[in-house]
Write a protein that binds this ligand. Sequence first.
Ligand code: ADP
Ligand code: MG
Length: 208
Amino acid sequence: MAGSVERERSKPIIALAAAGRTYRLGKVRTEALQPTTLDIARGEYIAVTGRSGSGKSTFLNLISGIDRPTTGSVIVDGHDLGGLNESRLSRMRGRTIGIVFQFFELIPTLTAVENVILAMDLVGALPVRQRRDRAMALLEQVGIGAHARKRPSRLSGGEQQRVAIARALANDPPIIVADEPSGNLDSRNSDMVAAIFADCVKAGRTVI
Ligand code: ADP
Ligand code: MG
């Protein structure tokens, strides 16, 4: 038994097997991601680098199930994403992956704390009564508890990205996927985002 638990733990949390993505626009074919084979272990902190257009977002979108590979397979936390239908995929994504975007993508009509609660409402993992307290605790954790009742338009870029990170952590996912999360921030706020992600890794999450 202990051996099988150990094997479970040492299994890669993300495994790409010759996973590639080709776009076709009319007769034009773009190989956005060449077939890629890669294992990512639980608790790894990985940076993906490359020039603009080299396929970084394509790669991240395959991992987060926003997009599907045209060849090969992507396995995340034991789920072969190619084999999941839309609703199973979105359920898996909601519980397993927290996504952080370059332009935050907060809901403008909701306050900071409501943005975080919404992510919990969509997944339904936590009893309704506990959601607001957890959202507040997450906002405290990323240093913006005092701004919980503000709408995104009243927050700076760095503050909005902290809300987005709190939202990404809402359902306690083992994986965080962030695509240029500091691409729209100054260097001080970029350092802050990197520090929060380093804390996530210390807490056992996988951050890409
Ligand atoms: P990066 O994030 O590294 O800048 P991308 O993954 O966004 O790169 O893009 C990789 C390649 O795929 C680029 O040549 C890009 O033009 C192309 N591409 C990305 N998305 C699409 C799409 N929806 N339709 C057609 N081509 C695309
Ligand atoms: Mg990109």
